[in-house]
Design a protein around this ligand. Sequence first.
Ligand code: GRF
Length: 209
Amino acid sequence: MRKPPAVILISGRGSNLQAIIDAVAHDALPLAIRAVISNRPRAAGLQHAQRANIPTRIIDHTQFPDRQHFELALQQAIDAYAPRLVILAGFSRILSPQFVAHYRGKILNIHPSLLPLFPGLDTHARALQAGVTEHGASVHIVTSDLDSGPVILQARIPVLPEDTATSLAARVLEQEHRLYSLAIRRFVEQELSKGKEYDDAGTYTQSLT
Ligand code: GRF
């Protein structure tokens, strides 16, 4: 299968990034990762990218006067790689409707809850507090409303009586690592089935037939 070009945005640890890199390396995910961009200069995930010889960029949000200027720089950095997909993997900045519109239908995110339940932060603690019997993670297409775009795939786990927010987060994270590649793969397959093609260099072209 042709490999659509992707840029991955991170802010921290990068364990989901590593899982995606591994899936690509094992031919389980048809993706050409063009670059990893972090808004935090010391994000540990940058090292995962460097070890895999993926170009990295830092667009530090603290160096810009406001969100608009930060997003403009981020957009320019992303567009230099002409990605078909922008993958948020633990990217901690909220994106403006203008930014999302620029990449409409092309930005994917992973969120640690069974959306529409628990958008936003502290999902594991809130799930425990709410007394739900199941929790999990969702991969969705990003729209301008926070954590609420169309869901591509979810992973579900039972909440155990002895669970703490930490133990629940660890078990959900294990699922996230499996889930994200599966969901990206599904998204890419759907794109291709709509007649979109990528040449060997990963450049996107619309099939004319
Ligand atoms: C994950 O729990 C993800 O669902 C959320 O942020 C966390 C990122 O973890 N959006 P990592 O940086 O991929 O390890």
